[in-house]
Design a protein around this ligand. Structure first.
Ligand SMILES: [Zn+2]
Ligand SMILES: [Zn+2]
Length: 333
């Protein structure tokens, strides 16, 4: 704890404006909440959509950040199973109602009253934060804090999208950033073939893809070297949808993994014909997290990170916006 009970937080006061470095009181945990001392927080493209106002604000002012590694500092009165000093990870799903039809069918990711970290709830762009103990994850010991942070969204939501690809053997990844660079390693570990599509001219991302085991890397407007069984779109560009549909075989699937995407242009029905599927992936469930971290325990994932001090969160966001981040950006208080 800081002596004056205050912490540094990067606050979003109005979408479209830079975050403001603010001193504010360290929050006090209630009920099932843990007070965490944040040690690393990944910067996700969703944060950028929130900060830039592409997603409607849910709370103002807001502390963004939903790829948080932290240490339990204090437990709320109803918390069981955690003690001071435990390391945990906080992801995008911060809470769900447990009662709606979606929660009842193990689809808490679609819960009507879900609360999301760094969107409905204050997140990890701060020295301390609160998190519901029932929604945090234990993290595999093989990853240090900075390298574990990107696993919490880029890894986890990437994994949910990957699961939607079923048994697909040849998988195209469109947008080779934080999520794709983790997923590429899991897929290669499982004997699948990865074809990486990047922004035209982004040689660095193409080289990263090849170094992580991709069979092929090229620009998103290049023709695929083979017919794909599935394509996963991480880049928020709707114009990629028809390109990806054209690249998958009959019966293949195109999965849009981002929370926001620019408009999908009209395309001929022939691209969807042949029982191709176009679908989105929304949020995550706790079961996804448990399955993913079991896999991350066995499969040594290298996360390529660029570290920024917490106070430079605006720089990290700007780098992500311009495509200048190699791998994943991580803030360290
Ligand atoms: Zn619910
Ligand atoms: Zn995210």
């Amino acid at each position: 704890m800081t002596p004056d009970g205050q912490m540094l937080a990067m606050l979003l006061e109005r979408p479209g404006q830079p975050l403001r470095a603010t001193r504010m009181p360290i929050p006090v945990p209630d009920g099932q909440q843990l007070l965490l001392r944040v040690s690393a927080c990944g910067v996700c493209r969703t944060d950028l959509h929130i900060v830039d106002g592409e997603l409607a604000p849910h709370r103002s002012p807001l502390i963004p950040g939903h790829e948080v590694v932290g240490y339990v500092q204090q437990c709320g009165p109803e918390v069981r199973g955690y003690a001071a000093g435990d390391r945990v990870g906080v992801a995008w799903l911060g809470g769900s109602c447990g009662q709606c039809p979606y929660c009842a069918m193990q689809a808490e990711n679609l819960c009507e009253q879900a609360s999301f970290t760094g969107y409905d709830l204050n997140g990890g762009y701060a020295q301390y934060m609160l998190a519901d103990a029932r929604y945090v994850f234990r993290l595999p010991a093989r990853y240090d804090d900075v390298h574990a942070a990107p696993l919490l969204c880029a890894g986890l939501i990437g994994y949910r999208a990957y699961a939607m690809a079923g048994q697909a053997r040849r998988i195209g990844l469109y947008g080779f950033g934080a999520a794709a660079h983790i997923l590429c390693q899991i897929a290669c570990h499982q004997g699948r073939e990865i074809y990486a599509y990047t922004r035209p001219g982004d040689i660095r991302a193409q080289e990263l893809a090849l170094s992580l085991g991709a069979r092929w890397a090229g620009a998103s407007d290049q023709a695929a070297p083979v017919q794909l069984d599935a394509a996963i779109l991480f880049a928020p560009d709707g114009a990629l949808v028809p390109l990806a549909l054209a690249a998958v075989r009959k019966g293949g699937v195109v999965i849009c993994a981002g929370i926001h995407m620019s408009a999908v242009p009209a395309f001929p029905y022939a691209l969807l014909w042949g029982e191709r599927t176009l679908r989105s992936v929304a949020n995550l469930t706790r079961a996804d997290g448990e399955a993913f971290f079991r896999l991350a325990q066995d499969c040594p994932l290298q996360t390529h990170t660029t570290v920024y001090p917490l106070a430079q969160a605006n720089l990290a966001l700007a780098a992500l916006r311009s495509g200048a981040v190699g791998g994943a950006a991580v803030l360290v208080p």
